[in-house]
Design a protein around this ligand. Structure first.
Ligand SMILES: [Zn+2]
Length: 122
């Protein structure tokens, strides 16, 4: 009877010990995860800061973006008729941009002749 009681006590102690061990392991795992996450974030922040310092020291080059002209629009100075041609069509009709100044055009609506004026590129 006494022996049996001791066995039960032993078994309970063993179970308690196992549960405690399990809790400790879980706590360590959780701490490890938190620590790894914190270190990863810190390393990332360091990397970014170093990269920024490198970039600040570097020379800069401005960008030049080439645009393709798509269309040309203009109004007849006599009757206000709005005209629009694709850039290619306009060049076929009136030549290259350097030739446009003083080039004459005739309005198909009012029949008046006028000169192509200033260019506004956008
Ligand atoms: Zn006109």
């Amino acid at each position: 009877m006494k022996h049996n009681h001791n066995m039960q006590l032993y078994a309970r102690q063993k179970r308690l010990q196992k549960r405690t061990e399990k809790r400790i392991i879980q706590a360590i795992e959780q701490m490890t995860k938190t620590l790894v996450a914190a270190l990863t974030a810190l390393a990332e922040a360091f990397k970014k800061a170093i990269e920024k310092m490198r970039v600040v020291k570097m020379k800069y080059s401005d960008l030049h973006v080439s645009q393709m002209p798509t269309s040309v629009t203009w109004e007849c100075p006599h009757c206000g008729m709005e005209n629009e041609l694709s850039y290619t069509e306009f060049c076929t009709e009136y030549g290259e941009p350097c030739d446009w100044e003083y080039t004459k055009a005739t309005c198909p609506r009012c029949g008046e002749t006028y000169c192509l004026g200033n260019q506004e590129w956008e």
